[in-house]
Design a protein around this ligand. Structure first.
Ligand code: CMP
Length: 226
């Protein structure tokens, strides 16, 4: 893997010079995870920061009655593991590979050293944490909606924003998570997700092909469902 090339494409590092990137890349170790593998476990001690080089992960917590609640899905170029490095507490959530995944990792002391040395990275990190807080605020609001179908549509919008690629007004999520995972994000059942997808497809809002799902006109979808 060309670590420098990868870091150049990661928003967190986009303002750095090539020589600074090289110094950071030299401190990073590449690690591979297979689909379904637990990468981080809730409440355990945190010593490592991760950047996704390829693949995707889900960030989850277990509710008291044993249900999995999905807080976020992260894809290529996203980072995770920063929270326990910053506050010294245990891992705030589980992180599980949704597919075969590769990550660049860096140890706590080096990560904190980079934030001190490169204030631009610290600012980018704050920007992303703010974005995640806004998303969580939206998720809290959406989970309080009584209409499960509306919650599923909002979850689809979120997945499209987090994992999708845009082309001519349409947004495609190539490797759509399992319907059970989408149900866990939306706080509903897999059956309701399946029924809602069929309905959206019949009405021409979405197209499905294998594991990929396209929102045919993202602007219209946003206007109709959010
Ligand atoms: P940490 O607490 O070290 O380990 C679990 C990681 O999951 C956490 O750092 C964050 O990187 C990530 N995480 C936790 N909550 C969220 C969220 N709401 N959105 C995106 N990522 C999250």
């Amino acid at each position: 893997m060309d670590k420098i090339k990868l870091l150049q494409s990661v928003p967190l590092f986009s303002d750095l010079s090539d020589s600074s990137l090289k110094k950071i890349a030299d401190q990073m170790i590449s690690r591979s995870y297979s689909k379904g593998q637990l990468i981080l476990m809730e409440e355990t001690l945190g010593e490592t920061f991760f950047i996704l080089a390829s693949g995707s992960v889900k960030v989850t917590r277990m509710s008291d009655d044993g249900r999995e609640v999905i807080l976020a899905m992260l894809g290529e170029g996203d980072f995770f593991g920063e929270m326990s490095l910053l506050d010294g507490e245990g891992r705030s959530a589980n992180v599980v590979a949704l597919e075969d995944t590769e990550a660049l990792t860096i140890k706590r002391g080096e990560f904190l050293g980079i934030l001190e040395r490169y204030p631009k990275i610290a600012i980018k990190l704050l920007e992303e944490l703010t974005r995640r807080l806004r998303r969580s605020d939206q998720q809290i609001e959406s989970l309080s909606l009584s209409d499960a179908e509306q919650r599923i549509s909002i979850t689809l919008i979120r997945l499209a924003e987090e994992l999708g690629t845009i082309k001519g007004g349409a947004v495609t999520v190539k490797n759509l998570p399992y319907q059970q995972d989408i149900a866990n994000m939306a706080g509903t059942s897999r059956e309701t997700v399946s029924r809602m997808f069929k309905l959206l497809e019949e009405k021409g809002y979405i197209t499905r092909e294998g594991k990929s799902l396209t929102i045919n006109n993202f602007a219209t979808f946003l206007k109709t469902f959010s």
